[in-house]
Design a protein around this ligand. Structure first.
Ligand code: PLP
Length: 343
């Protein structure tokens, strides 16, 4: 049912990609005179590997996905933008979202002049699959974006729902797993080879603790990865980022320990918040944040901000709700103290 040649934009299919100096020659050289670089060594005077092979090898081992099935970008945001550019004809094609969800999908679609069709999540923040399936036959619908665990609601979308949608769609199912390391699930990556029209997005920005380096990962079948590589800027992942990520991947123990602590903090914060009279409900979370319904979200947001404690006001997308990232023990205690002082 999934045929990438029918899905890809005609101009992208015809495109002859730019070939950088480092694409033309691969191998060991003694003298590099091919890229007009400054020859004086500074550790950064050379262009970085355009295909980030060393980094992909390491990620491949950790994620158990072949390097040919990995795309690396300047944040997940770059992968989202490139997917839209590769598969959606501006002014014609559409994507489907399940709000409330991550805001970048809408912004990136708008930048690319791609229309957005919305099917709201139900009261338990799940996808109403039976309502969605009949809408998937739309000729111009090219992609659906599923965020799991979802931002800002914090819940996982069950594998069975994702499978059902993928099976009934000839377009791409993009599953954004930015928060999967905090979840009680391995997510969809182990199913990558079984679902040919699925793209899984992950990132170094959350559990890896490296939001500052801007590194996002997209995992998909080789045909989709080839298209993304074809249209990306040649050196989209810079040399500093590649070095920092390689170093981080050699220190895996630190990450597991941090995730463990954050999950413990999340569960403690959930219990404490629930006791406060200003809190109506703390929604269950499989991420490193909590969605909390307050008696007066706007007022509490402003009062917290005045005390120097900044949370995210999501009351426009989920009525009465603030989204609170899980911080260190000290930061979480400070938040609770400020909230208690309000009541
Ligand atoms: C934070 C977040 C990302 C991360 O984006 P980067 O560009 O990789 O920093 C992606 N998706 C969701 C849903 C997020 O909340």
């Amino acid at each position: 049912m999934f045929d990438i040649d029918k899905l890809i934009r005609e101009n992208i299919r015809r495109l002859q990609p730019y070939r950088s100096a480092r694409d033309e020659f691969k191998g060991e050289a003694q003298v590099w005179l091919d890229a007009n670089e400054n020859p004086f060594e500074s550790g950064l005077n050379r262009y970085p590997d355009p295909m980030q092979l060393a980094l992909k090898e390491k990620i491949s081992t950790i994620k158990k996905v072949r390097p040919q099935n990995i795309f690396l970008g300047n944040g997940s945001d770059e992968a989202i933008d490139l997917l839209l550019r590769a598969f959606c004809v501006p002014g014609r094609d559409r994507i489907m979202l399940f709000p409330p969800t991550y805001g970048m999908y809408t912004v990136s679609a708008a930048i690319n002049d791609v229309a957005v069709v919305e099917t709201p999540l139900d009261d338990d923040f799940q996808i109403p699959v039976e309502k969605v399936v009949p809408r998937l036959s739309d000729e111009r619908l090219k992609m659906i974006f599923i965020c799991s665990p979802n931002n800002p609601t914090g819940n996982l979308i069950p594998e069975a729902q994702i499978r059902a949608l993928a099976q009934n769609f000839r377009g791409l199912v993009v599953v954004d797993e930015a928060y999967i390391d905090f979840a009680r699930s391995d997510g969809m990556l182990p199913r990558l080879t079984e679902i040919p029209n699925m793209v899984v997005l992950q990132t170094f920005s959350k559990a890896w603790g490296m939001a500052g380096i801007r590194l996002g990962m997209a995992f998909a079948g080789e045909a989709v990865i080839t298209v993304l590589n074809k249209i990306k800027p040649p050196y989209n992942v810079n040399g500093l980022t590649q070095k920092a990520a390689l170093a981080k991947l050699d220190r895996l123990g630190g990450k597991a320990e941090e995730i463990h602590r954050l999950i413990r903090e999340r569960d403690g914060l959930q219990r404490e918040l629930q006791k406060l009279p200003v809190v109506i409900r703390v929604f269950p979370s499989d991420a490193n944040f909590l969605l909390v319904r307050f008696t007066d979200a706007g007022g509490i947001y402003r009062q917290l901000a005045q005390k120097g404690v900044v949370v995210r006001d999501r009351s426009k997308v989920v009525p009465g709700c603030l989204r609170i990232s899980v911080g260190t023990k000290k930061e979480n205690q400070r938040l609770l103290e400020e909230l208690k002082a309000l009541t």
